[in-house]
Ligand binder design. Sequence first.
Ligand SMILES: Nc1ncnc2c1ncn2[C@@H]1O[C@H](COP(=O)(O)OP(=O)(O)OP(=O)(O)O)[C@@H](O)[C@H]1O
Length: 256
Amino acid sequence: MNPVVEVKDLSFSYGEEMVLEHINLTVARGDFLALMGPNGSGKTTLVKLILGLLKPLSGEVRLFGSPVNRFRQWHRVGYVPQKATSFDTRFPATVEEVVLTGRFGLLGPGRRPGKDDRRAVEETLELVGLAGAGHRTVGNLSGGQQQRVFIARALVGKPELLVLDEPVVGLDSRALDSFYTLLERLNRDMGITLVTVSHDTGTVARRVGKVACINRCLICHGVPSQVLTTANLTRLYGIPVRRVVHGHQTTPHLRS
Ligand SMILES: Nc1ncnc2c1ncn2[C@@H]1O[C@H](COP(=O)(O)OP(=O)(O)OP(=O)(O)O)[C@@H](O)[C@H]1O
């Protein structure tokens, strides 16, 4: 079976500035992968290349076995972009309306949403813990609830791959915890392959299956307990980093 994502010898620059160099990465079906790295290390750029939103300088991206520039089955992919929740809070759309837009790819141009689409919205809101919130205005929800609305929008088309860029910015530790519990359910119970960008090394170490550490190059890639070593994290962040062991879990901490 084809991997869900294959990144082969991928390089990219914005003009003169090289942002990614010779990245090789494979995401298999059922993986829960976090892309980690300091600010400006190229994580969002890599996500955009994976989704075909940017064109590589060299190298290749394949989605479900097809070169991304020829890939057309976008209903198989859900995407929550970095700034999904930073909109004007006076924006009048309801939760249901926003989530319903996630069905448009499946519906095709000109077709109006029907009963099945509305049922899919209801089921997805229940899945993300927002049952009964369909008629609320998105701008009046908390940051964590808004985050779930945009995840619901990405999920409502029943994707096989969900890509999330910095999904936890601004969430407190309780919201963060329940957010990762939701991601684990999507991954484990529904078999959705997940790729998420994260800054939070502690949570990542505990909650995801694999990490890819990026700072222009791929510094390391694999199971968190094996690759988030003091040496790798120090290479990644360019400053000394220590590992703190809690029971069986190893949590890396940045030291300034
Ligand atoms: N549209 C753009 N034009 C020019 N340079 C850009 C553009 N977008 C990003 N960059 C630069 O490319 C580099 C990588 O940016 P990118 O957003 O991919 O990093 P990141 O790891 O996602 O950062 P962060 O963690 O801060 O979100 C940075 O130096 C950034 O300034």
